[in-house]
Design a protein around this ligand. Structure first.
Ligand code: UDP
Length: 360
């Protein structure tokens, strides 16, 4: 069986590391990796390939830094060439980026079956480029692997029974990753005033493209940094937007360059709580039993909110500070880990793909 995996952004490298390791257990699966180039800084891309032993991409398309439509269009064109040359049995895409959508469009036009991992997630906010990417990708995919029951229900609500696709609740491959890499965490020497720190990341377009939202978030961080140490691995897009809007980062915030996954795991395990607009980090906070302040108005990971371990504050300064006080008052506890498949997602996914291949 020949599978072309299309990846391009940081969270996809992490997910691909997990699934590729599972593919490697089977001698008769040939996986070819295509890197679209959507993320290109070495600390947003190369470091993940090195640290997580992901096979080097056979194709690197070098398409990064364009506008949404232009990037997606260029990727479709190049991917069509690659897929025509390779003629795989399936293509595999992860999540919700432009690389995901471009892969899905290129493959569907060539009648190549598409495997979508992280299918069915919805924020119900069509202003998010990610929401558009996921809905369109799901609709043309043959095998849909939903990380949660809720994600499966979303597909049912969109008419899954009338599609030719087969959908499965597989659990979340990021939990497999957290289990596997959990005890491989690499410590960081941060030279901070306190070991009691909050880990913060901000990068979603809805926050970074809006001056008002970004200003409000950094005003909240300024106030919070008087109460606790904050560590901020700064995403390149956020760095650029802060400079454009002339928003100052409070001095008390420890700003660092984006880190590799093993440093990141160390930061998550050692922080007191998480403040983020990242999809992946919301779950990783949960995997390592950290409360999470989510700088968004909605989340795809609704079960975390129902569990009371994640609170959506949007970009509201008052809500961010209130939630901080609320979480500070809670005793640290170990969260029940039954939500995301218990670390068996990659095994389930690969076995299901093999079974499907035997029937086509
Ligand atoms: N991450 C990382 N280094 C960083 C920031 C994040 O390794 O400096 C990891 C994080 O732990 C998670 C993934 O990158 O596994 C999340 O990626 P991101 O927040 O860029 O995307 P999203 O999950 O929101 O799509």
């Amino acid at each position: 069986m020949k599978i072309v995996t299309i990846i391009g952004a940081r969270p996809q490298f992490i997910k691909a590391a997990v699934i590729s390791r599972e593919f490697a257990q089977y001698g008769d699966i040939e996986e070819i990796i295509v890197h679209t180039g959507q993320h290109y800084d070495s600390n947003m891309s190369d470091i993940f390939f090195e640290e997580m032993s992901i096979a080097m991409p056979k194709y690197h398309l070098g398409i990064g830094g364009y506008s949404q439509g232009s990037m997606t269009g260029k990727m479709i064109e190049k991917l069509e060439e690659v897929l025509t040359t390779e003629d795989p049995d399936y293509i595999l895409v992860y999540g919700d980026t432009n690389s995901t959508l471009a892969g899905a469009i290129a493959a569907t036009k060539l009648h190549i079956p598409i495997i979508h991992i992280e299918a069915g997630l919805r924020s119900f906010n069509m202003n998010m480029p990610e929401e558009v990417n996921r809905i369109l990708t799901d609709r043309v995919s043959s095998l849909l692997f939903c990380p949660t029951q809720e994600a499966y229900k979303n597909l049912e609500a969109e008419g899954l029974e009338h599609w030719k696709s087969k959908a499965f609740v597989s659990g979340d491959v990021m939990q497999d990753g957290a289990f596997f890499y959990g005890n491989k965490a690499k410590p960081l020497d941060l030279d901070m005033r306190s070991d009691d720190f909050a880990l913060c990341t901000v990068h979603r377009a809805e926050n970074t493209n809006s001056e008002a939202r970004l200003r409000e978030i950094f005003a909240a961080l300024t106030l919070l940094s008087k109460k606790c140490q904050i560590v901020l691995p700064l995403h390149p897009r956020t760095k650029a937007q802060l400079a454009d809007f002339c928003i100052d980062i409070p001095e008390a915030v420890k700003v660092i360059e984006p880190v590799g996954y093993l440093h990141m795991i160390w930061l998550i395990k050692n922080c007191s709580f998480v403040i983020t607009d990242s999809g992946g980090l919301q779950k990783e906070a949960f995997f390592f039993s950290k409360y999470c302040i989510t700088l968004r108005d909605e989340t795809e990971w609704v079960e975390l909110v129902s569990e009371g371990v994640n609170i959506l504050t949007g970009a509201s300064r008052a809500k961010i500070l209130d939630t901080y006080e609320q979480f500070r008052a809670k005793p640290p506890i170990t969260f029940d880990q039954s939500l995301y498949g218990g670390g068996l997602a990659s095994q389930k996914i690969v076995q299901t793909i093999i079974k499907d291949f035997e029937t086509i």
